[in-house]
Design a protein around this ligand. Structure first.
Ligand SMILES: *Cc1c(COP(=O)(O)O)cnc(C)c1O
Length: 391
């Protein structure tokens, strides 16, 4: 997928062949404020360890309502540092229905990575299945699938009296809310957002770790700087996981306009759902009562029997009309080469079913409404033409 920066400026009117509809675009507005701040930073020579990362962290902490935000170079590095803080883990449990980075961070820190199945309705990690797979895990990593918050309270209960830390891969979840109204970013030992170009809030590249634990925050600040607190006596083997000043500027500028764009994104999702509501065989993700999803992606499960064709055939028809789509997360982690190992893959029936049926449709915060309608029309035509009942 392209990671070029497209501005939020409306697309020029279409003539002739319709323009291709991308799956996702980062919403970045290079206005005069941002450009002049960048100019200042470039002239100052303070390209890293300057004031803007701190300002971005403070603004994000205020928006999320959390004590500490530690900016990092990306979500993967942030998760690695958080997981490192719980000590050398023997065993870490996480969903298989996720992006590969969730597994990789566990793999770098733990001897054994265990996969749990997902809930068939919310598509997030199933806490009961998680509890059934191990009683000896050192950590649980939950993921807010496509922005829908996973059930952190149940994950914490499933860990029982052993006080196993729950860490949240919140890569998709900036702007999401838990059912109790708290923002995603305020629960677990720590939550880690990604600011890469496909995520709802983007800094180009980057990550934000959130935690109410001041000691952990301090450790992460040292950890992102090789483990060096400043005296060149490394306390532990850290990483170079610093966020550059220019990324912080892009992230801060996007954050300042984020509530507006999130509202717009919600209305685009509603438009999709209204447009496609009467088509059989399409199932949307269930967002728990009271919760809010950032809709990092608009995933739809396609039931081939009732829809008339499967998601791969649907993707092909969309592609013929210049419409991008993706089949996240197929293959799921337990079927990827890196994780197959020498053992038969664990039985994860819900994960396999989701992976086989999922298609994600184009969605980004400044996507034109007409493009949503074009995608919906194309899906509708695919249903009619592809249905075995059609003449
Ligand atoms: C994008 C993503 C990541 C990795 O984020 P980076 O900032 O690119 O390191 C981790 N987990 C999930 C679920 C993701 O989608």
């Amino acid at each position: 997928m392209s990671v070029s920066t497209h501005t939020a400026t409306p697309v020029a009117p279409k003539t002739g062949t319709p323009e291709a509809i991308p799956l996702v675009r980062p919403t970045v507005e290079p206005d005069s404020t941002l450009l002049s701040r960048m100019d200042d930073v470039l002239r100052s020579g303070m390209l890293t360890n300057g004031a803007w990362v701190k300002r971005f962290e403070e603004a994000a902490a205020a928006y999320l309502g959390v004590r500490n935000v530690v900016a990092v170079s990306n979500c993967t590095a942030g998760l690695m540092l958080v997981l490192r803080s719980v000590g050398r883990a023997r065993e870490v449990v996480l969903p298989s229905f996720t992006f590969m980075a969730t597994g990789h961070v566990a793999h770098w820190n733990a001897q054994n990575v265990l996969f749990a199945d997902s809930d068939p309705h919310t598509w997030t990690i199933d806490p009961a299945d998680c509890a059934g797979r191990t009683s000896t895990a050192d950590a649980v990593v939950g993921m807010h699938t496509f922005g829908t918050p996973c059930d952190v309270n149940a994950l914490e209960r499933s860990a029982g009296a052993r006080q196993v830390p729950v860490i949240l891969d919140a890569a998709h979840g900036f702007g999401s809310r838990y059912p109790d109204g708290a923002m995603v970013g305020t629960k677990g030992l720590a939550e880690v957002f990604s600011l890469s170009p496909t995520k709802p809030l983007s800094a180009g590249e980057g990550g934000l770790v959130t935690t109410d634990d001041d000691n952990l925050a301090q450790e992460l600040r040292i950890g992102r700087d090789y483990g060096n607190p400043g005296d060149y006596d490394a306390r532990f083997a850290g990483l170079n996981a610093r966020m550059p000043e220019l990324s912080a500027l892009v992230g801060l500028s996007a954050l300042e306009r984020f509530p507006h764009w999130l509202e717009r994104r919600m209305s685009l999702v509603q438009r999709y759902r209204d447009n496609l509501a009467d088509l059989p065989g399409l199932t949307f993700q269930q967002v728990p009562e009271g919760a809010r999803s950032s809709y990092k992606d608009l995933g739809v499960q396609v039931d081939p029997d009732t829809f008339g064709l499967d998601r791969t055939a649907l993707a092909r028809l969309l592609s013929a009309e210049g419409i991008s789509s993706r089949s996240y997360f197929d293959p799921p982690l337990h079927r990827q080469t890196a994780y197959r190992g020498d053992f038969a893959p664990p039985a994860l029936p819900v994960t396999d079913r989701l992976a086989a049926r999922m298609i994600t449709l184009p969605l980004y915060s400044h996507m034109p409404e007409d493009d949503v309608d074009r995608v919906c029309d194309a899906v509708r035509r695919a249903h009619v033409d592809g249905s075995p009942h059609a003449v």
